[in-house]
Write a protein that binds this ligand. Structure first.
Ligand code: ARG
Length: 263
């Protein structure tokens, strides 16, 4: 059974603007956000062992645990080093949780921004990594050394698709689902050459179709994405569609709310 980390949305809020989705005048409905988080949580719980991290009042984005760090070996994580000062207060909370739960914690050098599983995804024999908007490319080489695997660097070209997991998810070691418009031409070619790739249309990418959690044969996907759902169902996947509107206002959805603690 997979094991994942989530953080309840008790202190979730929109208090600053650090990506193209966040607008202080478009506030999330926090009670609806709590319901949406619970719905995701209850589905994840059927498929994986869920560890819960206590939220900190001064960290409104801590709910997005994909940005806590990256699992680099069975019991070791590479901790995130957030690009924006607004999210840096989360680092000691994540670090403490990992240490208290028996993980060795590795740190990035101070000048190298890295946002964890938000920007580096496991894809079978190798990893895929995004850079330019949040994680810097220097982090890819360092992560690759800890991982002991090849890391394919993919340039993210738009402020809307600022983390790799907003624009791509891995179905299995050979297949990825992604939105081509988020990447430069070279990255598109790299993806298409290494993987069997399913393309997401812009309309569904804007509903965060690519921010899906895959556990076994199940894909937990933000609602409103019938085209890609259809393609996945034809390949034998069960797609569960989950309302995520209140997290999308902060630039996140299903996958951002989950970090994998096991491969
Ligand atoms: N508001 C958060 C930020 O801008 C959202 C993070 C989403 N996380 C993710 N893995 N894509 O940092």
């Amino acid at each position: 059974m997979s094991r994942v980390l989530m953080c309840p949305p008790d202190h979730y809020a929109l208090r600053y603007e650090i990506n193209a989705w966040m607008h202080l005048d478009n506030q999330p409905d926090l009670s609806l956000a709590a319901v949406q988080w619970q719905t995701l949580f209850s589905h994840v719980q059927k498929l994986a062992q869920v560890e819960l991290l206590s939220p900190a009042p001064e960290c409104p984005d801590m709910v997005f645990t994909a940005n806590a760090g990256l699992l680099v070996s069975e019991r070791a994580v590479l901790l995130s080093r957030f690009r924006h000062p607004e999210r840096q207060p989360e680092e000691p909370h994540f670090r403490r949780w990992f240490e208290e739960h028996g993980f060795t914690v590795y740190l990035m050098p101070p000048d190298c921004a890295f946002e964890g599983e938000g920007d580096i995804l496991y894809a079978g024999e190798r990893y895929l990594a995004g850079y330019r908007r949040r994680t810097e490319i220097c982090a890819h080489r360092i992560a690759s050394e800890y991982l002991g695997h090849e890391v394919l660097s993919l340039e993210l070209v738009s402020d809307r698709w600022y983390h790799l997991d907003t624009a791509l998810f891995v179905l299995d070691g050979r297949t990825v689902v992604y939105y081509p418009g988020a990447f430069d031409t070279y990255a598109n070619r790299v993806i298409d050459e290494h993987f069997d790739a399913l393309h997401v249309v812009e309309e569904e990418a804007l509903r965060f179709a690519c921010n899906s959690v895959v556990i076994g044969n199940t894909v937990l996907m933000p609602e409103g994405c019938p085209l890609i759902t259809n393609l996945l169902e034809r390949r034998g996947y069960e797609v569960v569609s989950i309302p995520m509107s209140e997290f999308i206002k902060s630039g996140g959805a299903c996958k951002c709310l989950v970090m994998f603690l096991e491969r």
